[in-house]
Design a binder for this molecule. Structure first.
Ligand SMILES: N[C@@H](CCC(=O)N[C@@H](CS)C(=O)NCC(=O)O)C(=O)O
Length: 206
């Protein structure tokens, strides 16, 4: 059975939300954050200590977008996947990479210096928050008059990119909620599968 390791509000939301949308049977292990400090035995499972981590038989994966892509491709067919013969396929790929390489990258710096090591690099919190907001230009423009990023339907691109908006809320980056992004993300975050993915919590005696 597919096994996903996660923590609340982490990038694990991406594969969990994906699995919920697809109705997959999977086992979820919720951990305290960060597990490298509060659940050190996790390092024996994932040497990086990062979240999420997925095991599926012989398969082990550490990247939230790649895990989500693996789930739709291996356990589809599902409309969440944009196939290579569809017109929006290049855009789909671009959004999947954009979601982490461009959007959550600056957020990681904010998370670290705002919450994990406050006072160590306050200028980085300010600078990378601004950088993140500036990098939302493409998303805001692309959503003009649209409910979804690709192929006029809800896809993995919406899941992976909107996670950055969800994280912006947790990081209190209010300027992220530009009008189109606000409308689009509120619609996505009202989906039952997303709401369910946020309900999973770490229970100490789990
Ligand atoms: N590129 C990886 C990044 C994984 C990652 O850094 N996750 C964060 C949580 S969202 C993490 O593991 N933080 C805990 C730590 O660094 O100890 C992915 O998308 O899954």
């Amino acid at each position: 059975m597919i096994k996903i390791y996660g923590t609340e509000n982490s990038r694990a939301v991406r594969p969990i939300w994906t699995a919920e949308e697809m109705g997959l049977d999977y086992e979820l292990i919720m951990m305290p954050f960060p597990p490298r400090v509060f659940m050190k035995e996790y390092l024996d499972i994932n040497i990086l200590g990062t979240i999420p981590f997925m095991i599926d038989g012989e398969v082990e994966m550490t990247e939230s977008v790649a895990i989500s892509q693996y789930l739709v491709e291996k356990y589809g067919p599902t409309d969440l996947q944009v196939k290579s013969d569809e017109q929006d396929y290049p855009q789909y790929l671009n959004w999947l990479f954009h979601s982490d390489a461009t959007l959550t990258f600056p957020q990681t710096v904010v998370l670290r210096y705002k919450f994990q090591e406050p006072g160590v690099a306050d200028a980085a919190v300010e600078g990378y928050s601004r950088w993140f907001v500036s990098r939302l230009k493409l998303l805001e423009k692309s959503l003009e008059g649209k409910d979804f990023l690709c192929s006029n339907r809800f896809t993995l691109a919406d899941i992976c990119v909107s996670y950055a908006i969800n994280l912006a809320g947790a990081l209190d980056i209010k300027k992220a909620l530009k009008p189109n992004i606000k409308r689009w993300s509120e619609n996505l975050f009202s989906r039952p599968a997303f709401i369910k993915s946020k309900e999973y919590k770490y229970e100490p005696d789990q």
